[in-house]
Design a protein around this ligand. Structure first.
Ligand code: GLU
Length: 275
């Protein structure tokens, strides 16, 4: 990496991330399901433990969880891989996902709420205001909002596309102080970590963004854990002036580490902090 972010800017961003009052945490399908596409209770409970620890520190946490289509596949194995099948599967999986989140947060005596959005809800000012009001009320009530795209109605022109974009857009719209994207790789690497034995993890992204964007575009395949959209989502938040972190969901106490300023994953330094 020719143009690294200086250590002081990284340190400031980590402290800013640790102090964040309003946090969006996005978790991907493979981080809540097992190899047979069933919801994985241990993974989900571990994630909820982390979210709960952030709330216990006085933070407002908004969860964006994928896994509806994945969990649906674990229940019903349809012939063929059509869009209609994925949409129908999402409706089956989403209810299981919410049931598990409800049970898991009950361990801490916390209630959860489900919010399903489409592109319309992000682009239409009135709908977004309504969404924001609902969210603010839930947070005031100490209820944990859990969001996903409304896959059942989100045909092509309504689709946000993926939850990386959903979490970044919502994050900007509700002025979050931090976006955390939890996934099955440990951050952003100089090569595909699933193919290269010794890839170099990039500690921080700021001034070096253009360079990183170029090699991600070049090296990324669809199987690359969708790192491209995660990077774009994190960049969007950092351009909005807040830090964003991409980290491995299975890293022990990953959210607690972020809340204490420990270095995990790849941090996107807020643009105003890059000088
Ligand atoms: N909304 C999809 C689901 O819950 C996931 C989309 C994504 O992972 O970006 O299955």
């Amino acid at each position: 990496m020719s143009d690294r972010v200086d250590a002081e800017a990284i340190d400031r961003a980590r402290r800013q991330a640790a102090a964040a009052e309003r946090v969006v945490v996005k978790i991907g399908t493979s981080s809540v399901t097992d190899e047979e596409s069933n919801l994985d209770d241990d993974k989900l409970d571990q994630f909820v433990d982390g979210v709960n620890s952030l709330i216990d520190r006085g933070k407002e946490v908004i969860v964006v969880s994928s896994g509806a289509i994945g969990a649906g596949k674990g229940r019903i194995d349809p012939d063929g891989d059509t869009i209609e099948a994925s949409q129908a599967l999402s409706t089956i999986g989403q209810s299981h996902l919410m049931r598990r989140y409800t049970e898991s947060f009950e361990r801490y005596d916390r209630s959860v709420a489900q919010l399903l959005l489409t592109r319309h809800d992000l682009n239409n000012a009135e709908r977004f205001t309504n969404f924001r009001n609902t969210l603010e009320t839930l947070l005031e009530w100490d209820v944990v909002p859990i969001m996903n795209e409304n896959d059942a109605v989100a045909i092509e022109e309504l689709r946000i596309g993926d939850n990386d974009m959903l979490s970044a857009s919502v994050g900007v719209g509700i002025d979050v102080d931090l976006l955390v994207t939890l996934t099955d790789v440990g951050g952003v690497y100089t090569d595909n970590p699933k193919e290269d034995d010794e890839p170099e993890r990039i500690e921080a992204i700021g001034r070096n963004y253009a360079e990183i964007e170029t090699f991600i575009e070049e090296s990324t395949t669809d199987e690359f854990g969708g790192i491209r959209t995660k990077v774009r989502g994190a960049r969007k938040i950092s351009e909005h002036g807040a830090p964003a972190i991409i980290a491995r969901s299975t890293e022990p106490d990953v959210l607690q580490k972020i809340a204490t300023g420990e270095p995990v994953g790849t941090i996107f330094v807020p643009i105003s902090e890059q000088q």
